[in-house]
Design a binder for this molecule. Structure first.
Ligand code: BJW
Ligand code: ZN
Length: 289
């Protein structure tokens, strides 16, 4: 068994202020010799760019941070949704059973914010990976639909979608983009209450989506972790699975997370600024004319 040495590099706030924090041995990597040569690359940004460019299969996990630059609040951290609200009051089945109107009012308020938002350069850079023709699975914890709006199609929405609604009685699912006033909670044609089509704490994730996400994590060459605090499971376990399966793992986050110490490259900064730097997009033929 041939082992490859990998370095964990962390970028500081100043260009070039990176340091090798840890050296460890990995099993053979699917990127093989090309990969081993490129790992000597000087700067973590060019290292990440090279790995992405050489990869035949890429998986990406995104969280609320990638939509922050579109004006959508994150959950944790400064200005986060959980700063002055308790998840137990708004994002559990028990909260909905107790006070469905309160829960719906919160989701209607969030729908209004999302309806006014546009995808940012972070979403757009990820959509371009797919458009480039490599195998790319975009796994998102976000419910805002901005990846689809940016053009991503091979998309797994692990925590559902803000615009979907599901009847608690007959299970019928509908998509509703109309945020206009209606009595809350809304009702299904069967008379049952409709609930937001998202995954709350204590609820199972959509089985097909999490199964495909695990497959993507275990079979990719490069796994990108973007704008997530990496504390909510089972999504937070995906990057670890990718590492165990031999993928190169790149984290992009404004701050250090519990996962940072395990990433092969951990880049500190905004998704909207760093992703366009590490995802090189070939120029369109027209722009060469
Ligand atoms: C930037 C940036 C920029 C900012 N650029 N970066 C103990 C007790 C109870 C439960 C558990 C427990 N231990 C484990 C559990 C399970 C639980 C869990 O993980 N809890 C932990 C919190 C401890 N998980 C679950 O309950 C899940 N279900 C489950 O496990 O089911 C088991 C089961 C099996 C079979 C049958 C039944 C059950 C479900 C989890 C659902 C999570 N739901 C939410 C709400 C979704 C709907 C909605 O949106 O309303 O999902 S919670 C919330 O957290 C949301 C997010 O998707 C998720 C993750 O957050 P995310 O995306 O990481 O955002 P933030 O805010 O945390 O982080 C943002 C990051 O971006 C930060 O790091 C910033 O630095 C960074 N950033 N700007 C780059 N511009
Ligand atoms: Zn119904």
């Amino acid at each position: 068994m041939v082992a490859t040495v990998s370095e964990v590099l962390t970028v500081g706030f100043f260009p070039g202020a990176f340091s090798a924090k840890l050296t460890r041995l990995h099993g053979p990597n699917r990127l093989g010799a090309v990969h081993a040569a490129k790992q000597l690359s000087a700067h973590p940004i060019s290292q990440a760019r090279d790995w992405i460019e050489d990869a035949q299969s890429i998986a990406v996990l995104t969280g609320a941070g990638i939509s922050a630059e579109s004006g959508i609040p994150t959950f944790r951290g400064p200005g986060g949704l959980w700063n002055n609200r308790r998840p137990e009051d708004l994002a559990t089945p028990q909260a909905f059973a107790r006070d469905p109107k309160l829960v719906w009012e919160w989701y209607v308020w969030r729908r209004e914010r999302v309806a006014a938002a546009q995808p940012n350069p972070g979403h757009q850079a990820l959509a371009k990976v797919e458009a480039r023709g490599v195998q790319c699975t975009l796994i998102t914890q976000n419910v805002d639909g901005l990846h689809r709006a940016a053009g991503s199609r091979n998309l797994l929405e692990l925590h559902g979608n803000l615009w979907r609604e599901r009847c608690v009685v007959c299970g019928r699912e509908v998509e509703n983009h109309d945020s206009s006033a209606r009595p809350l909670p809304p009702r299904c044609s069967c008379g049952g209450m409709l609930r937001p089509g998202v995954v709350w704490f204590g609820e199972a994730l959509p089985a097909a989506a999490i199964d495909q996400a695990v497959q993507a994590a275990q079979h990719c060459d490069v796994f990108l972790v973007c704008g997530t605090s990496a504390v909510v499971y089972p999504a937070a376990a995906l990057p670890q699975r990718a590492i165990a399966a031999g993928a190169r793992v790149i984290e992009v986050n404004l701050e250090e997370t519990p996962f940072s110490q395990f990433a092969h490259v951990s880049l500190r900064g905004k998704c909207g600024e760093l992703l366009p730097q590490i995802i090189r997009v070939p120029p369109c033929p027209e722009s060469l004319i």
